[in-house]
Design a protein around this ligand. Structure first.
Ligand code: NAD
Ligand code: GLY
Length: 362
């Protein structure tokens, strides 16, 4: 029996949608069916997730007229235009109409690529997110950012395209490898840092319960993360300003991911090391206490996350890669820093010298 533990809404006028958090949601045909418009469905998953959860979704779909299952190779390196093309080849060959529904079953890689495919196919079709990693459940499945990577930069080719619904089944977290789980926790902690100090303090206290994957703690952390994200997305869907705060640590992190080769460092790992750099810079600028930086480093260590960028990336490599970041506007790099725990700010006056000093001292 499925159990919805929390329901929240991303409020975007006619593009508003629900986010359900609970247990055994993948097999809930009634819930899924409420968000499927016609009788055609494309389920996009990967070779790791499909054998684990494909059957539950298949049975929830029942006997629809046309169900195409697409199983992608697993890995960030396949979040590419080439993979996107293989999706369109299958969907075209099976003659899906504009009335079809694309369903993403997997982590952020599957969600981002399936979402972008849904945004492009016949200029946009119905789309549902079934996220199965912690990172996808608290971040990538909510908010409508979809993309593939380009060899010169992450997520450089994509679209804002909101899903019709997000079904978060926390049972899927039991099969998630420890390293992936920790990477997802980095994005959970991000919400506390940028906009919710009480949540950050809660996370400091309850981290052992989360690491033990206690269901009540997980549901609570996912709900508070999604609520924070939904609020930011509702205020600034297309990242005209505020939404950029969701990228705390990401400018450094994306440089690590691109510099090391996609898939070497996990996204959440790169973001964790990047967030620590952002907090360190915030402390150097007198915005937060040094003790907060030290506490955050301890928290990351307890979460088994990296606290230092890769040894082989020097300041020059970072600066070069960061120049390609989407947050560079008119040649000025914009960075997310903290003015307090729970209060992010965006600055565009960080000098190369400051960055060189920061990256040299790690
Ligand atoms: P991922 O999709 O690569 O999944 C991580 C690994 O876990 C993969 O090997 C996957 O097959 C496996 N997996 C997934 N669910 C599983 C389960 N329940 N049990 C066992 N194994 C499982 O990585 P991710 O961390 O979920 O997502 C990272 C991607 O998300 C990056 O491409 C990043 O750019 C993107 N992202 C997008 C947004 C957005 O707003 N769209 C936000 C954050 C990150
Ligand atoms: N993960 C950043 C965003 O959704 O804007």
């Amino acid at each position: 029996m499925s159990l919805i533990m929390h329901t929240l809404h991303v409020e975007l006028g006619e593009r508003s949608y629900p986010v359900y958090i609970g247990r055994e949601l993948l097999g809930d045909g009634k819930l899924l069916g409420q968000h499927i418009a016609g009788s055609q469905v494309v389920v996009i998953s990967n070779e790791t997730v499909a054998p684990l959860y494909g059957e539950r979704v298949r049975s929830a779909l029942g006997s629809r007229q046309l169900v195409t299952e697409i199983v992608l190779p697993d890995g960030e390196q396949y979040k590419s235009l080439q993979t996107l093309s293989t999706i369109f080849d299958r969907v075209m060959a099976d003659k899906h109409s504009r009335n079809t529904t694309f369903i993403a079953l997997g982590g952020g890689v599957v969600g981002d690529i399936a979402g972008f495919a849904a945004a492009c196919y016949q200029r946009g079709v119905n789309f549902i997110q079934l996220p199965t990693t912690l990172l996808a459940q608290v971040d990538s499945s909510v908010g409508g950012k979809t993309a593939v990577n380009h060899p010169l930069g992450k997520n450089m080719i994509g679209a804002f395209f909101q899903p019709q619904a997000v079904l978060i089944d926390i049972d899927t977290l039991h099969t998630l490898p420890k390293r992936e789980f920790s990477a997802g926790l980095a994005e959970v902690v991000k919400y506390g840092l940028i906009s919710d100090e009480p949540f950050y303090r809660w996370l400091q206290e309850h981290m052992p319960r989360l690491l033990a994957r206690e269901e009540a703690a997980l549901a609570e952390a996912i709900e508070r993360s999604c609520a924070n994200k939904a609020q930011v997305v509702a205020a600034d869907e297309r990242e005209g300003g505020l939404r950029a705060i969701l990228n705390l640590g990401h400018t450094f992190g994306h440089a690590v991911e691109t510099g090391q080769g996609y898939g070497t460092w996990l996204h959440g790992e790169a973001v964790a090391a990047g967030m620590l750099l952002a907090l360190e810079l915030s402390a150097r600028r007198g915005r937060i206490d040094r003790a907060e930086v030290d506490d955050f480093r301890e928290l990351l260590l307890g979460m088994h996350l990296p606290v230092r960028p890769p040894e082989d990336m020097d300041a020059a490599a970072f600066l070069d890669l960061m120049a390609h970041d989407k947050k560079v506007i008119d040649g000025r790099l914009r960075l997310v820093l903290l003015q307090a725990i729970g209060a992010a700010c965006i600055v565009d006056d960080v000098t190369d010298a400051e960055l060189r000093g920061l990256l040299a001292d790690r």
